[in-house]
Design a protein around this ligand. Structure first.
Ligand code: A5A
Ligand code: ZN
Length: 480
C-alpha cells in the first residue's frame, strides 16, 4: 500500500493522485487538457447527470442536441461574445486537403450554434417561454493551468440550458428557477455553496449580468461550479430572435443561460474527501454498500451465502450493494473501498452469521456498529441518510469558517496569508476600486452577495480604497 498524500495538507497532489488511483479519469492521453473517462468516474458522473435530467424534466426544459461545429459567420454575430472567446476557440480550417470557404469553430459553448435556429423556431408569444438544454462536449483552449475535471480543454459533460422569454421579468423568474434547481442539485451532492453577482469586468461575454455559484476547496481556494446569465436582448438582437405579441407587434426575446460541467464531480471529490481517499455521498455512489465476508478457518458458517443474501435484500429496495468475494485479505478490501469512497461497508464473519448480526462501518466517521440482521434494510437506509447529512454539515462548517468579514486591505491580506478562504469587504461599487482591490490582494472579486438585498454594506462602512461610503459588500478569493 502506497503512502497517500494528505487531503488536508497537500490537496493538489492528493487530488491528482486520487483521481487516477481510484479510476475516475486517465490523464495520460496525449493531448494536453483532454482526458479519458474511466468506468468508475463515469458512473458517478452519470448519477449526477441523471439528477440534472430529472430536474430539467420537472421544470419543463426540453432536451436537444446541436452540432459541435459552428460557422465563423454565426460565431461572429455578437461582438462581446466573440471578444470573450476568440482566444479560446479551436478552428477548423481544412476539410481533407481543401481549405474551407467558411471556417468552422468547435463550440466553446452553444449560444452561436443555437440562436440562428431559435430565430427560425420562435414565432409567437405562444412559443414562450422557450426552454431547452443539452449535455455535450465543448472545447476551450484554456491558457490557465489545466487540471482534470476542473479546467480542461475538452469539457466532456457540459450542461447548458438556454431559454427565451417575452419580458425581462419572465427572464428574471427563470433565473430564480435556475437557482432553485441549483439548490436542489447542491443538496443532492451535499455541497454547501454561495452565489455572487459578478462584477462588470467579469461577466460572461455577452451577458447583461452573470451569477456564479462557488464552493470552498480544501486549500481555501474557491471553485465556480455553476453560472446563470441574464442576456436581456443582447443575443436576440444579434441573431434576430423575434416573436409576435398578442397585439401583433414584433419584439426581441429576452434570454438566459445556465451552465455546469464535470467540475461538479471535482467538487464532490474535493469537498468530501479525506486522508484515506474519496468519500461519496450515497446519492451518487456507484456502490452505496459494500459487503465484505470474513471467512475464518474451521468455521462452519457460510459467510458468503450470508453476505449475498443481505446484498439481495438491499438491492430489492433499490440500494446499490456489492459483495466483495475476491480472494484477498479483508484489510486489503477495506483499504480499496475506503479509497473509492463507498459510503457504507458491512462486515460479516462466522459469529455474525450465528448470532444473525452484521457490522456497519461508516466511511465518513469510520465508526462501526453492530446491528441485527433482521433490521438490516432499515439500519442501512438510516445510516446512509445520516452519512449524507453529516457530509453536508461538515462541509457547511468548513465553508462558514472560511468566510471572513473585514474592513481594511491589511486585514484582508492577513486572511489570504493565513488560511485563505473568502474575504468580504466594503466596496463603493466603482470598477476602479474593485480592480485595485483585486490587484492589492492578488485575488479575484467573486462579486457581491446575491440576492442583492444581502449585498448592501452596513451603515457607516467605507470603501478601503477611496474612503467613500461603501454601497456593497464585495467578496474576494483565490480561485481555481
Ligand atoms: N453559456 C454559459 C452557460 C457558459 O458557457 N457559462 S460558463 O462559461 O461560465 O461555463 C459554465 C460552467 O462550465 C462554469 O461555471 C464551470 O463550472 C464550467 N466550466 C467552464 N470552463 C470549464 C473548463 N475549462 N473545464 C471544466 N469546466 C468548465
Ligand atoms: Zn472606492
Amino acid at each position: 500500500m502506497v503512502e497517500r498524500k494528505k487531503w488536508s495538507e497537500e490537496f493538489s497532489e492528493w487530488y491528482n493522485d486520487l483521481i487516477e488511483s481510484v479510476g475516475i479519469i486517465d490523464k495520460r492521453y496525449p493531448v494536453k487538457g483532454m482526458n479519458v473517462w474511466l468506468p468508475y468516474g463515469l458512473k458517478i458522473m452519470r448519477n449526477i447527470e441523471r439528477f440534472i435530467h430529472s430536474e430539467m424534466d420537472r421544470t419543463g426544459h426540453e432536451e436537444v442536441l446541436f452540432p459541435a461545429l459552428i460557422p465563423e459567420t454565426e460565431f461572429q454575430k455578437e461582438a462581446e461574445h466573440i471578444k470573450g472567446f476568440e482566444d479560446e476557440v479551436y478552428w477548423i480550417t481544412h476539410a481533407g486537403l481543401d481549405p474551407l470557404d467558411v471556417k468552422l469553430i468547435l463550440r466553446p459553448t452553444s449560444e452561436t450554434a443555437m440562436y440562428s435556429m431559435f430565430s427560425l423556431w420562435i414565432r409567437s408569444h405562444a412559443d414562450l417561454p422557450f426552454k431547452v438544454y443539452q449535455i455535450v462536449n465543448v472545447y476551450r483552449y484554456e491558457t490557465k493551468h489545466t487540471r482534470p475535471l476542473i479546467r480542461v480543454r475538452e469539457i466532456s459533460r457540459f450542461f447548458e440550458a438556454h431559454t427565451a422569454h417575452d419580458s425581462y421579468e419572465d427572464a428574471e423568474r427563470q433565473i430564480k428557477e435556475d437557482l432553485e434547481i441549483f439548490d436542489r442539485l447542491a443538496k443532492f451532492l451535499a455541497l454547501p455553496y454561495i452565489i455572487s453577482k459578478r462584477p462588470e469586468w467579469d461577466k460572461f461575454p455577452g451577458a447583461f449580468y452573470s451569477l456564479g455559484a462557488e464552493i470552498m476547496m480544501p486549500d481555501g481556494r474557491t471553485l465556480q461550479i455553476g453560472t446563470m446569465h441574464n442576456y436581456k436582448q443582447n443575443f436576440s438582437k444579434a441573431y434576430d430572435i423575434k416573436y409576435e405579441t398578442e397585439t401583433g407587434d414584433h419584439e426581441f426575446v429576452h434570454q438566459t443561460t445556465y451552465g455546469m460541467s464535470e467540475r461538479l464531480l471535482a467538487a464532490v471529490i474535493a469537498v468530501h474527501g479525506d486522508d484515506r481517499g474519496m468519500v461519496l455521498p450515497p446519492t451518487v455512489a456507484p456502490i452505496q454498500v459494500v459487503i465484505v465476508p470474513i471467512p475464518k478457518k474451521n468455521a462452519e458458517a457460510d459467510v458468503f451465502a450470508y453476505a449475498r443474501e443481505i446484498a439481495e435484500e438491499l438491492r430489492n429496495v433499490g440500494l446499490r450493494a456489492h459483495v466483495d468475494e475476491r480472494d484477498i485479505r479483508p484489510g486489503r478490501k477495506y483499504y480499496d473501498w475506503e479509497l473509492k469512497g463507498v459510503p457504507l461497508r458491512i462486515e460479516v464473519g462466522p459469529r455474525d452469521v450465528e448470532g444473525r448480526k452484521a457490522v456497519l462501518a461508516r466511511r465518513d466517521t469510520l465508526e462501526k456498529r453492530v446491528v441485527e440482521r433482521d433490521n438490516i434494510v432499515g439500519e442501512v437506509k438510516k445510516t446512509l441518510d445520516a452519512i449524507h447529512g453529516n457530509l453536508y454539515s461538515r462541509a457547511k462548517s468548513f465553508l462558514d469558517e472560511h468566510i471572513k468579514r473585514v474592513d481594511t486591505i491589511e486585514e484582508a491580506k492577513e486572511v489570504f496569508e493565513d488560511r485563505r478562504g473568502i474575504v468580504e469587504i466594503p466596496w463603493c461599487g466603482s470598477d476602479e476600486c474593485g480592480l485595485k482591490m483585486e490587484e492589492e490582494l492578488d485575488a479575484k472579486m467573486l462579486g457581491i452577495p446575491y440576492p442583492e438585498e444581502k449585498a448592501k454594506a452596513p451603515e457607516g462602512k467605507r470603501c478601503p480604497i477611496c474612503g467613500r461610503e461603501a454601497k456593497f459588500i464585495a467578496r474576494f478569493a483565490r480561485t481555481y
